[in-house]
Every structure is written in C-alpha cells, then in structure tokens.
Design a protein. Structure first.
Length: 250
C-alpha cells in the first residue's frame, strides 16, 4: 500500500528546499505509480557513493525532483532509516557515455529534516560540484572543448560557424539568452547561430562587458584550422584542458 504520509512529507520538504536554493528551482513529486518515470530517474542518478548504496538496499519507490531552467536537476529521496533525506544530482539526458569520461561524480549527501539548513548544505557543497560537473560533460559532448567555470564562460567556435558554451550558474545563462543564444533543453548547451555573422559579432561584443559586470570572465576558444570571421571580436585564447581516460559511472 502506498504511504501517503511519507509522500506528503517528502513533497513538502522538497517544495521548501526548492524555494531556499540559490537561483530558480521548481519541485515535482514522482509517486510509486509512475514506475517508468522512476526507472528512468534511477538510471540517471549521478552517484557512486552514499545514494547508490541506499538505492541498492531500497529500490526507488518515490522521489521529489528539483529542476532549474538550465536543465540541472536534483533528486530528493527518503533515507528509510530515520528522519533524514538524501539528495543527489541527476545526469542530463541525451549525452553520449564518452562525455562523462574523467568527470568525477558529484556524489550526493545526507540532509537533516530541516529544509532551511539543508539548503545551505546543498548550495555550499553538492550544487557547486554538480555545476562544475555539468559544465564539463556538456563541453565533452561538444568534442572535448574547454568547459566553463563558475567565474568564467568559455565560448567555443563550432565548425558550422556557431558558438557554443555551457555556462555555470543562472546569471551567465540569462545574459547569453538575452543576446540570442538558444539552449538545447536536453543537453543544456547554449548555441549562438552564425547565420548572420554581424549580429553574432555584435552579440559577442555585448556579452563580455555584461558578464564582467556580473563578476564572470569570458573567453573565446578557436578550434585548430578554423578561420574566425573578420567581424568577430578579439578575445584572449583559452588554454585547452587535459583529461585522462576513465570509464563513465553513475
């Protein structure tokens, strides 16, 4: 029989937590009846530590999912052995396994039965690690290009003339969207079309000062062999990162 009291407790906790996290988050509850949704969610929980061990003992029966407009998601689970909850990152859909190579899992954490204090723990620990991992896998999906950081947006020229990036945090994403970038809802990657090179160059020139005003640096990375349009703004090169191969795991 479905435990409605536990469901209401989990959903209420998640609602409050979503409202206390930095940025804009919404909360939704997945009940036991939604078996296919729970199976899909369990497969995407990005954890090889505490949450993975808990799921091995107690398969997912219900969950609350917190979602951010840029595609980031967190899952809240009942811990079954007390008043605590577990929170874990959710891996994005539609990315190849190779995108996760050498990206550490942003393993989940335990939360006390106080969503206000828990929001501080999530923001200061899991969310920071999750944002970094998200940026890395999204850029790996673009071919191993340099990922953005919390304080720096890396704009990558693409072979088709577009510019792509995966910013860390809501503010950078808002600035990009305001200047013509379009976000892929599945991968979370932002792209600026190169169909109109003058409009593209103008947007890139305007983005830099606005990111600077928000305390976020920026840089353009040019793939080897690509000729950058004459109208494109100059920017300091971004050093390529190094990664060692590793198997994906969640």
């Amino acid at each position: 029989m479905h435990d409605y009291e536990t469901s209401e407790r989990l959903a209420s906790y998640a609602d409050v937590l979503a409202g206390e996290l930095p940025g804009s988050w919404t909360s939704s509850h997945i009940a036991a009846e939604a078996e296919d949704d729970l199976v899909d969610l369990a497969d995407r929980i990005w954890d090889l530590d505490l949450v993975a061990a808990a799921l091995a003992d107690h398969p997912l029966q219900q969950a609350a999912v917190l979602s951010r407009p840029d595609g980031a998601q967190l899952v809240i689970l009942d811990r079954h052995d007390g008043d605590e909850f577990l929170v874990a990152a959710v891996a994005p859909r539609a990315l190849p396994d190779g995108a996760y190579r050498a990206v550490p899992e942003p393993n989940g954490i335990a939360l006390a039965d106080d969503p206000f204090l828990s929001a501080e723990e999530v923001a200061g620990d899991l969310l920071a690690r999750y944002d970094t991992a998200l940026a890395q896998v999204r850029h790996n999906a673009l071919g191993g290009l340099q990922p953005s950081q919390a304080d720096r947006v890396v704009l990558n020229w693409q072979p088709d003339g577009s510019v792509a990036t995966a910013p860390v945090g809501d503010r950078a994403g808002e600035i990009l969207l305001a200047h013509g970038f379009v976000q892929d809802p599945q991968s979370g990657i932002y792209r600026l079309s190169g169909d109109d090179t003058q409009a593209q160059a103008r947007a890139l020139r305007e983005i830099g000062p606005q990111l600077d005003a928000a305390g976020i640096g920026s840089g353009l990375q040019h793939p080897a062999g690509r000729t950058v349009p004459a109208s494109a703004p100059a920017a300091p090169p971004v050093p390529a990162g190094t990664r060692s191969p590793a198997a994906r795991g969640r």
